[in-house]
Every structure is written in C-alpha cells, then in structure tokens.
Write a protein that binds this ligand. Structure first.
Ligand SMILES: CC(C)(COP(=O)(O)OP(=O)(O)OC[C@H]1O[C@@H](n2cnc3c(N)ncnc32)[C@H](O)[C@@H]1OP(=O)(O)O)[C@@H](O)C(=O)NCCC(=O)NCCS
Length: 319
C-alpha cells in the first residue's frame, strides 16, 4: 500500500507550522515573522508526510499582501538520498503548483541558497542536485547562479578616489532614468532576460517597483555619483530590505565603464550605511557578472552563500 500522504499545511490544521519547521534551512528563523507580515500565507506552505513524518516541504514568498506568490524560496527534503522522500517532494510540488499558481501564469522563480563551495561538498552537492531535479521535473530550468555577499563591521572601507562627487537623487524619476541607461550592456541575467521582452525603460521601471520601491529605509540614503562637470556617472541605492541592510542596486553608466568607478560607488554606499551604525550589509550578483563580483572581492566583502535560481519559461512548462 502506498503510505505517502501529501497534504496542505495550514495554520488552521493545528501544529502544522511546528511540523513545517522540523526540516532545517537558513530561512527557518524568518518564517513566523513572514507569516505575521503577510509575506507568507498558510495556503502557500505545504508539507509531505510519510506515515506522519514530514519528509518534504515547500513555501512561497511574496511582498506583503500580494495576491500571488513572487518566489518559491523554500523546498526541502528530509533525506536527499532517499528516493521515497524525493518522490514525495515531487508530488507535493506538482500538486502545490496546480493549486497555488493560476493555470495561465508562469510559476514564480525557484531560489535555493547553497554554500559557496557546494560542488566540492558531497552532501551539499547531492542535496542541491536532488532538489534541482525535483524542480526540473515540473519544467523549470537553471537560469542563473548568484553570489551572495556580506560586508561586516570592522572591515575597512577604502577611501573614495576623489574623481567623483555624490549627491542625493532629485527624485525617483531620476533613478529610474539612470537605471534605464544602465541596462545597456549589463551582464545581469535578469536584466538581459527582461530586455528580450520589454524596453530598457520598462525593465528599469519593473526593477524599481519590484525591488527598490519596497526598501524599508529612507531614500535619502541613495546617491548619484557625478563627475567634475556635474554629469551623472552612476548611482547606488543603499538601504534595508525586510531582513537586512543592503546595497539594493549599484551601476556605472555604459560610457563610464572600465575605469574602476564601481569601487567609488560601492564604497560610498557602504559608508552611508556604516554611518547609520549597521553591523553588516548584504548584496548579491550573478556569478557571471565578474566586474561586479571582482569589485566586491577587492573591497572586503565575503561570499557567504550562493543562490541557484531556476525559472519556468511558460505556464505550460509545469505539465
Ligand atoms: C558591473 C559594473 C557596475 C562595473 O562597473 P565598472 O566601473 O565598469 O567596473 P570596472 O571599471 O572595475 O571594470 C572592470 C573590467 O570589466 C569590464 N566591464 C565592466 N562592465 C562591463 C560590462 N557591463 N560588460 C563587459 N565588460 C565590462 C571593464 O571594461 C573592465 O575591463 P578591463 O579590466 O579589461 O579594463 C557596470 O558594468 C554596470 O553598471 N553594469 C550594469 C549594472 C550591474 O550589473 N550592476 C550590478 C548589479 S549586482
């Protein structure tokens, strides 16, 4: 007899949140606050059990109050080497997608946080590849591997070169305009994907609305870099997301690239946040965005994690 029971984990079903939290992951500490703040919903949180034991689970995340989930950021199995656990995870994921994501929609991206050296660590590699195979089984493909980086208090902030001056942006429209210019020649995979289906201005607006507008800190922290003629060279948007101080976005305009200006912008962003007393700052960049990654490495940031981002390209992928 098949004893696998895939069931919906909702808070109305008694201790299901406690059961949900029996599998370890780096986001466990945030789940309760996320529910409280309407970034996660009980109907977007699922567990799979075999004979009463939770062997797999998943959860979607969204900006507070959104109607649809924006990210599948939790998917775990108890034992990634046990085929019955993986099968339970596969069935749970298929059922959950069918019930949570409207049939005409593309499922939101899957994100898995892994150690930076995950390919060299046998357990991490087996687990990561097994989970990615579960997700691939519903039609998703690896889109990009990203580096997650952290600056920690006590790390010396290199002085700015003196070639640029910094001022607050005039308004949101100025930042969106600079973001539009900065999309040209970007090595960022999401930016390049956006540019396949929308104009640079639309891509910038969507990026701004989806990420920067949701920062919970004042925009007075944002900086535009100008050269000695007063022309904008780039910008940086230090701030706070729901969880951490972050360098939300940083860019050098195309005609100024290749002169090391990124160091000035990054370090100015760090200095702005450090002056407010934060003890760490987070940021992320594509593994393939080497000019950006090199700037983090040069300026004292530590890579603490990677993320594997998988995408479904079409609603029909999931079948
Ligand atoms: C990533 C970025 C900030 C780098 O800024 P920068 O000031 O030009 O960086 P550097 O001067 O240190 O460039 C180092 C090298 O990378 C090259 N390079 C920089 N950006 C590049 C790009 N987008 N495409 C190809 N090569 C690039 C430079 O020409 C230089 O080459 P060289 O060593 O042969 O002279 C800039 O390309 C940018 O704004 N990109 C779009 C936005 C972005 O990706 N932001 C980061 C999001 S996490």
């Amino acid at each position: 007899m098949n004893t696998t029971h895939v069931r919906h984990c909702s808070l109305e079903e008694g201790s299901t949140l406690a059961q949900f939290l029996t599998l370890p992951y780096s986001l466990n500490d945030e789940v309760s606050d996320d529910i409280e703040a309407h970034r996660r919903r009980p109907e977007w949180m699922w567990v799979a059990e075999i004979d009463g034991l939770v062997v797999a689970r998943l959860a979607w995340w969204s900006n507070p109050g959104d109607d649809a989930p924006g990210l599948l950021d939790i998917l775990d199995v108890r034992d990634a080497r046990d085929p019955t656990h993986l099968d339970a995870a596969r069935r749970m994921l298929r059922t959950a997608i069918t019930q949570v994501v409207p049939p005409e929609d593309r499922p939101p991206d899957y994100l898995r946080f892994v150690p930076p050296d995950w390919r060299a660590d046998d357990d991490a590699r087996v687990e990561t590849e097994a989970l990615m195979a579960v997700v691939a089984g519903t039609g998703a493909r690896l889109f990009v591997e990203r580096r997650r980086l952290e600056w920690r208090v006590g790390t010396q902030i290199p002085p700015r070169s003196g070639r640029l001056r910094f001022r607050a942006p005039h308004d949101d429209a100025e930042i969106v305009g600079l973001m539009t210019e900065a999309t040209a020649g970007s090595l960022d995979a999401y930016t390049r994907l956006d540019l396949e289906t929308m104009s640079a201005a639309e891509a910038a607006r969507e990026h701004f609305d989806g990420e920067l507008a949701a920062q919970v800190s004042p925009r007075s922290h944002w900086r535009v870099a100008i050269d000695h003629d007063g022309d904008p060279v780039g910008f940086v948007t230090p701030g706070h997301n729901y969880y951490h101080p972050v360098i939300g976005y940083v860019a050098v305009l195309p005609r100024y690239r290749g002169q090391g200006y990124i160091d000035d912008l990054l370090n100015e962003g760090v200095a702005v946040l450090a002056a407010t007393g934060v003890d760490h700052i987070r940021a992320a960049t594509d593994l393939g965005n080497t000019p950006m990654g090199d700037a983090f490495d040069r300026n004292g940031w530590m890579e603490f994690e990677r993320s594997m981002n998988m995408t479904w390209r079409a609603p029909t992928d999931r079948s």
